[in-house]
Design a protein around this ligand. Structure first.
Ligand code: 15L
Length: 270
């Protein structure tokens, strides 16, 4: 059967979420071009391996050549030094968009993060139209990337879906994740819907499963047909039994971003 896409580029393909995409997206594309700075292991027949640092534009240009779309999951996945956030997430994401423009790639799916809005108080339920409120340099790099996508849409008609991922793990690992959890299956679904939607312009959606407790109003995701099938509630009793409640006045408990909001400046001496 012919697949919908000829070639999809996945950056960060050796990472936790990139590996899920590597496994699941072959159903939609003849060829998966996989990028990371880490080893990608053995490549299947339908896979092209491309080890390079996204901060190096001369490598990113050929990386994005002849692809139908880009799923950009590469970069530093948590708080780090400013220098590494700058190189991997800020310069790296700029390089992806600029190379996409030069190679005429028309859509980028970006794994953004809830840490772009991590300083909203948990008493507030927010949608994807609220102003950025980053809780870390990492979160700030996600804000930059979302705005970069908007700029490349407004000026160059490159579409993007920015998926503000909550917490995507095998199962919810603490009380906060009862609200922020995104199952791996739902993660694949929201990426696939983002790839298949006929028109997305520049969108921001939340990457969250169907959790009863929720910090985010995800109504915009319904326009691309995302209907989460899993729920953190299936793990609720286990999580509550294993994780005592935090002090509700502590910053790690008060804000959407959890421990990222509660942490100090990464480079301060501990
Ligand atoms: C993220 O952005 C991280 O990549 C992930 O490791 C988790 O910490 C997640 O946010 C979260 O907020 O739970």
């Amino acid at each position: 059967m012919t697949k919908q896409f000829k070639r999809i580029l996945i950056t960060g393909a050796a990472g936790r979420l990139g590996s899920i995409l590597r496994q699941d997206l072959h159903a939609y594309a003849d060829v998966l071009r996989l990028n990371d700075i880490a080893d990608l292991g053995e490549l299947a027949e339908h896979e092209e391996g491309f080890i390079c640092d996204l901060a190096d534009f001369d490598r990113v240009l050929p990386l994005t050549n002849d692809v139908d779309l880009i799923v950009h999951a590469g970069g530093v996945p948590v708080e780090n030094t400013f220098e590494s956030i700058l190189q991997s997430n800020i310069r790296g994401t700029y390089n992806i968009y600029e190379a996409a423009r030069q190679n005429n790639v028309k859509r980028v799916i970006y794994t953004s993060s809830n840490h772009a809005i991590g300083f909203y108080d948990r008493t507030e339920t927010i949608d994807a139209n609220v102003a950025h409120r980053p809780d870390s340099l990492y979160g700030l790099s996600k804000c930059f990337a979302e705005d970069l996508g908007r700029y490349y849409w407004d000026k160059f008609a490159i579409e993007s879906v920015n998926i503000r991922i909550g917490s995507s793990f095998e199962e919810p690992l603490d009380r906060r994740m009862l609200a922020t959890w995104l199952s791996f299956k739902d993660f694949t679904q929201i990426v696939v819907r983002s790839m298949q939607a006929p028109r997305v312009a520049h969108m921001i959606v939340y990457g969250m499963s169907n959790n009863r407790e929720s910090l985010w109003d995800n109504r915009f995701a319904s326009s691309i047909g995302y209907v989460p099938e899993d729920s953190a509630d299936d793990y609720r009793e286990k999580v509550l039994a294993n994780h005592p409640p935090l002090d509700p006045h502590d910053a790690s408990a008060r804000y959407h971003g959890g421990a990222f909001a509660g942490a100090g400046h990464f480079e301060d001496k501990k």
